[in-house]
Design a protein around this ligand. Structure first.
Ligand code: ACO
Length: 383
């Protein structure tokens, strides 16, 4: 049975909803053929080079880039809301130390709603306050969990530091260098939003039921965790470590492709050319490698890229050069995807707000292929 003879007048969508336009949006535009991407009309390459993550969050939420005064007022609650409720820290200490940080983040985002005075309020004002808290606290959660699992006390946020600098400080306990802050800030800017990717769609589906922001972001974290989405950055780094030396990249890729394996950090549903985020991420990864006099991971990545291009038409995506970039910043590999969430939470919140502005329950159909009209048999008469 196909949808044609299904009872309702519906036709099957392409597999994976490929090419389906879900609805209007004015947040992020991707041009998959030209390989470019814009937040509210600004090219992300300009933003990554010239704007801070905080300016970009303002852009996503307010629709415009702020002047100095506006930015100061906008940043204030983002800084003031960084600390975690003590109950959440106590809870984190009870979790098994081997839990993956994405599992912890998924649970902890949900937990935060119990301590959010606006948890059940979805008025625009309450949504904004919750978006500020979630954006501020997600960073603290990720850093705190890394400390806790390593038997250390979480480090209190430093209000004098930017969002990116404060994350590195809370993770490592020392003030980061300018080059490291610039690298992480640009990374976070490039990952702050990306149209209707799987995690953002998950957030929109939850929102469409008129559920709350914490539920939407929890679902988004769950969707981001998978290796076909945000989890690919960790897998890409594991691959670079396994390759170990640039001279071994070609043979590794040849074998992996012969075995029909997917190479993590390659391919994209929308981009038919290189993911525009790859270019600045590659440049930053190189800069960090030169700064540390450790170009091995960058060079392996370059060789892998060339080896794949030689054999397949797939191009690198955002997760590919993110991997050496984050590794060189000293971020533990299993924090790569949580850090992606730290950047993306601002985009999720922007889409939740937009969804509510024109909400209609998201409720597609399956193309039912199973049997119909079967005769019911009582349990004793079944084989
Ligand atoms: N390695 C090797 N071949 C690939 C890859 C890859 N990473 N990605 C796609 N291909 C090939 C497929 O084998 C397929 O080839 P075929 O037509 O000869 O069978 C073709 O390209 C189309 O691939 P699909 O998997 O059908 O593309 P889809 O749009 O469904 O998937 C996805 C996109 C999930 C990103 C896919 O490219 C993939 O699995 N990549 C690896 C995981 C990854 O890097 N994910 C991060 C994406 S970016 C993000 O979410 C932040």
């Amino acid at each position: 049975m196909t949808a044609e003879n299904n009872s309702n007048d519906v036709r099957p969508a392409p597999s994976g909803l490929e090419g389906v336009i879900f609805g209007p949006s004015s947040i992020t535009f991707l041009d998959g053929h030209r390989g470019c991407m814009f937040y509210r009309g600004y090219n992300i390459l300009d933003l990554a080079e010239k704007a801070t993550y905080e300016e970009v969050v303002h852009l996503l939420w307010e629709g415009s880039l702020p002047g100095r005064e506006k930015l100061a007022a906008f940043t204030k609650p983002l800084v003031a809301q960084r600390a975690l409720p003590p109950e959440v820290i106590r809870f984190l200490k009870e979790l098994p130390k081997k839990s993956h940080p994405m599992e912890v983040l998924r649970t902890a985002v949900s937990l935060l709603s119990h301590f959010d005075p606006d948890a059940a309020d979805s008025s625009p004002e309450a949504l904004r306050r919750k978006a500020e808290r979630l954006t501020a606290k997600t960073s603290t959660l990720v850093a705190a969990w890394d400390r806790i699992r390593n038997g250390k006390e979480p480090i209190a946020p430093d209000p004098s530091l930017s969002h990116a600098a404060n994350f590195l400080y809370m993770l490592k306990g020392e003030k980061p260098s300018v080059i490291d802050v610039q690298a992480l800030d640009a990374y976070m800017t490039l990952l702050a939003d990306h149209d209707l990717n799987a995690s953002t769609f998950a957030a929109c589906v939850v929102t469409s039921t008129l559920s709350d922001l914490h539920s939407a972001v929890t679902a988004a974290v769950g969707a981001l965790k998978g290796p076909l989405h945000g989890g690919a950055n960790e897998k890409a780094m594991e691959m670079f470590l396994e390759i170990g030396d640039p001279s071994k990249a070609e043979a590794y890729i040849e074998k992996a492709l012969a075995e029909k394996k997917k190479i993590m950090g390659f391919g994209h549903r929308v981009y038919k050319v290189e993911d525009p985020r790859s270019v600045p991420l590659k440049a930053i990864a190189r800069r960090l490698g030169e700064d540390r006099k450790e170009l091995r991971w960058f060079e392996i990545a370059v060789k892998v890229e060339a080896a794949v291009y030689k054999r397949k038409t797939v191009k690198t995506n955002v997760d590919f050069y993110s991997a050496p970039l984050l590794y060189l910043l000293g971020i533990p590999i299993d924090l790569f995807t949580p850090l992606f969430a730290v950047a993306r939470v601002a985009g999720w919140c922007a889409h939740v707000v937009e969804q509510l502005e024109h909400n209609r329950l998201i409720r597609p159909r399956t193309d039912y292929m199973g049997p119909t009209d079967r005769t019911f048999a009582p349990i004793d008469q079944r084989g």
